[in-house]
Design a protein around this ligand. Structure first.
Ligand SMILES: Nc1ncnc2c1ncn2[C@@H]1O[C@H](COP(=O)(O)OP(=O)(O)O)[C@@H](O)[C@H]1O
Ligand SMILES: [Mg+2]
Length: 640
């Protein structure tokens, strides 16, 4: 048997099963819990991004609105109207510069009704060129109303405004994973926030006040958005909240930083988002890979005054934020479950200890009983029904075993007594027989001689009685000596069937067997057995004579031999159809001098002699008999 690593008892098994249940349930709830929390976290995050996106749009529109109102107001001031009407460029120039710095515009122009520039704040010298192709100018010339919104300015137009603005406009496209691929490597258009308002005199439009904010690389503009929307939260040094404005698919201004800590300007939006927003004109909310990290993101379209989509407004929250939250929750969950398992372990060990106490008691008691110390288990008043039943059953068992043990002991003692008794009787009898044997020989010799001498006289008859009785005495003495013979048998390997046969051949001739049918049932495969042939002939002779005695009116004597290879035993069975043996005699058969045959007939030594011989051959003898039906005597000898 291999060494056991784990104890194999009920307590251990119960603890292990209970714990497995706890662990399985715990893991299951951990799994489900995390799943739910994760889902809720993402949902909440998405919701907050949706709100932020709405707020961003709102902020953007407000910005446009605010600037629109400013420009509208300024266009109506008498100072500007008069200066425009008089085409006083000097006054206008001073005024425009003032507006530009005060309200943080990048471009402020006054345009004549024919679409040519009258004055530009960025360059007093450059004027007279046409901006009639500007969408917002066209719109105002058409509608005679203020216009405001998002627009695009081509590089040429920007350059007309000034070198510094042109430089700010140029954006180099940067490739990032999962982003859209585009052909041109440079973006030279500018996304601008445009406001324009008619300058009116006497109900006649004499010009247009036009102002714009360049959004390309406009850090101040986008930082303000982020500041208004998100707290200053950081993970691993990175801002959790991010805002961006796209022109087409390109980030033109953003708070998202790249790996080296620079603003990720020039990087592109993912194809999926691009198509959703540009092709379907819808907002997009979800998890997006932005530059080099996952963000819970929201994108909404930026349109111009005619409703064309020019760019995107973006807000995002670093997904790490929620992963951290999820990790914290998971650790907390694990802690709770670990604690639960620990408590369950202690509780189950304790409870199982309590519940299995009766079993432990019985195990201890069985050890005691194995050691021969019988005692009952106490049934305690607070024991439950099952324990009580176990204890009662156990006690009944202990009582039964005790009883059986006592009986067995009695029987052994009786058997020992009996064989001791037999042995001492044998010793006594053989002592006497030895002493008597010699004088008997003398009596026999002399009575025989005398009988010869006095043949034919009146003494002859008496002498014959003396001689016959002496012969009978000698027969008894021989029997006693046979029975008590201590010397070991001279065993030689013999064919038992043949030994039996030669004995029976002699017996058959005897008058005793006149009416007895002798049946031989021999096992032909009987192995040769080491036996003392002479003594064995005596055994079969004694048994056969007893059988014949039991069948005075005739009958059948069956001699059977058999071999039991598994048990390694030779079986000889002598069966008769005679009178049978009374049960009260059965126990006394092997007692010397026990006979039921009348005085002078039986010696009571036949069976004791057989018993002695069989015992010296290490065999057993067994008698079964039924009055009126017959007797069966079974001898078993070891085959080797
Ligand atoms: N085959 C038998 N059938 C009936 N009784 C028997 C048989 N063998 C033995 N007995 C009984 O056992 C007694 C003892 O037998 P044994 O020792 O041979 O002495 P004995 O034959 O001299 O009486 C017999 O007196 C007889 O009562
Ligand atoms: Mg006999």
């Amino acid at each position: 048997m291999g060494a056991r690593i784990f104890p194999s008892n009920i307590r251990f098994k119960l603890v292990v099963s209970l714990l497995s249940i706890v662990v399985v349930m715990g893991s299951l709830s951990l799994f489900i819990g995390i799943q739910i929390i994760n889902k809720n976290l993402i949902r909440e995050a998405t919701e907050s991004v949706r709100n932020s996106l709405a707020a961003t749009s709102e902020l953007y529109d407000e910005e446009v609105e605010k600037r629109s109102r400013i420009v509208e107001y300024l266009a109506k001031t008498a100072e500007i109207a008069r200066a425009t009407g008089e085409e006083n460029r000097k006054v206008l120039f001073a005024k425009l510069i003032q507006i530009k710095t005060e309200f943080a515009f990048d471009i402020v122009n006054v345009v004549k009704p024919d679409g040519t520039i009258l004055v530009r704040a960025n360059n007093f010298e450059a004027w007279g060129d046409s901006v009639a192709h500007y969408r917002y100018i066209q719109w105002i010339l058409r509608n005679k109303k203020p216009a405001a919104g998002t627009g695009i300015l081509g590089y040429e137009n920007i350059r007309n405004e000034g070198k510094d603005l042109a430089e700010r406009t140029i954006i180099k496209v940067v490739r990032t994973p999962l982003a859209r691929q585009r052909e041109s490597q440079i973006e030279d258009q500018a996304l601008v926030l445009k406001v324009a308002s008619p300058i009116v005199e006497d109900g006649r439009m004499i010009g247009i006040l036009y102002a714009a904010v360049l959004l390309n690389n406009n850090d101040r503009f986008i930082d303000r958005f982020r500041r208004l929307l998100f707290k200053e939260e950081r993970i691993d040094g990175r801002e959790v909240g991010a805002s961006t404005i796209f022109l087409g698919d390109i980030r033109v201004t953003t708070t998202v930083m790249d790996g080296s800590g620079r603003r990720a300007i020039g990087t592109q939006v993912s194809d999926e988002v691009y198509r959703k927003v540009y092709d379907e004109g819808q907002s997009w909310i979800g998890q997006a890979f932005v530059v080099d990290k996952w963000y819970i993101s929201g994108y909404s379209p930026l349109r111009d005054i005619d409703g064309r989509i020019l760019g995107l407004l973006y807000v995002g929250v670093l997904k790490d934020k929620f992963d951290v939250a999820l990790r914290t929750t998971t650790v907390l969950f694990l802690l709770v479950i670990g604690l639960t398992v620990l408590i369950a372990l202690f509780l189950s060990v304790y409870l199982i200890g309590v519940y299995t106490k009766p079993v432990q008691r019985i195990i201890a008691a069985t050890h005691d009983i194995a050691a021969g110390n019988y005692h009952r288990i106490e049934v305690r008043p607070h024991d439950d029904d099952d324990s009580r039943k176990i204890a009662n059953g156990f006690n009944a068992m202990v009582a039964a075993i005790g009883e059986r043990d006592r009986k067995l002991q009695d029987l052994t003692e009786r058997t020992i007594l009996k064989s001791e008794k037999l042995a001492s009787i044998g010793r006594l009898a053989s002592g006497i027989a030895h002493e008597i044997n010699n004088p008997l020989t003398g009596v026999l010799t002399y009575s025989s001689l005398l009988l010869e001498d006095l043949q034919g006289t009146a003494y002859a008859e008496d002498l014959a009685v003396i001689r016959d009785e002496t012969l009978r005495c000698r027969k008894i003495v021989r029997g006693v000596l046979d029975f008590a013979r201590e010397n070991e048998p001279e065993k030689t390997a013999a064919d038992l069937n043949a030994v039996l046969d030669s004995s029976l051949e002699i017996l058959e001739k005897n008058v005793h067997f006149q009416n007895v049918e002798i049946v031989r049932v021999y096992d032909p495969n009987l192995p040769a057995v080491p036996v003392d042939v002479h003594q064995f002939k005596q055994v079969i002779g004694n048994l056969a004579v007893n059988a014949a005695d039991a069948m005075p009116g005739g009958g059948r004597l069956t001699i059977t031999t058999a071999f039991e290879p598994e048990a390694g035993l030779i079986v000889i069975r002598v069966t008769d159809t005679g009178a049978g043996i009374a049960p009260e005699h059965l126990t006394r058969l092997f007692e010397p001098f026990f006979t039921t045959k009348g005085k002078g007939k039986g010696t009571g030594l036949g069976l004791p002699v057989v018993y002695g011989i069989i015992r010296r051959h290490n065999g057993t003898i067994d008698v079964r008999s039924k009055i009126g039906e017959g007797t069966e005597i079974t001898i078993k000898l070891p085959a080797t």
